[in-house]
Design a binder for this molecule. Structure first.
Ligand code: SF4
Ligand code: SF4
Length: 121
């Protein structure tokens, strides 16, 4: 279930799939972000996501780390996510959660080590 904070700082500014009223399921990256917001990284994460809201890149590609640590743990993986569906023809952007996590990684607000440690909690 989405909470108001995650909708405000993540879904609305970053996700092209957000639909008001569709509150039933979170992508894994949104769940992860909620966990990170409860850690000592909270202020830095909010600062980065609040600055220049929205995607920083036009096209996103999967790599081994994002697949292993993010998408493969997500309930939308492949069957509910064209970005990860190998049978999908053309390009689909990832969800806003993925975009936000990539932005945080690039800004060094989080690291893959931090993500791994949060996920294992
Ligand atoms: S896919 Fe993730 S980022 Fe997009 S609306 Fe759903 S919870 Fe928010
Ligand atoms: S890009 Fe797709 S599989 Fe990866 S976290 Fe987002 S919704 Fe889930």
């Amino acid at each position: 279930m989405k909470n108001r904070e995650i909708v405000k700082i993540l879904c609305l500014p970053y996700c092209s799939f957000y639909k008001e009223g569709k509150e039933e399921m979170l992508c894994f990256c949104a769940e992860l972000l909620m966990m990170i917001l409860e850690s000592d990284k909270r202020e830095m994460v909010i600062d980065v996501l609040s600055s220049n809201k929205g995607p920083t890149e036009k096209v996103y590609y999967q790599d081994r780390q994002s697949l292993e640590h993010l998408c493969s743990k997500c309930g939308f993986y492949i069957t509910g996510c064209d970005f990860t569906d190998p049978d999908f023809k053309g390009y689909s952007p990832p969800c806003g959660g993925y975009i936000a996590i990539m932005k945080l990684l690039r800004a060094h607000a989080v690291s893959w080590d931090k993500i791994s440690s949060v996920v294992k909690l």
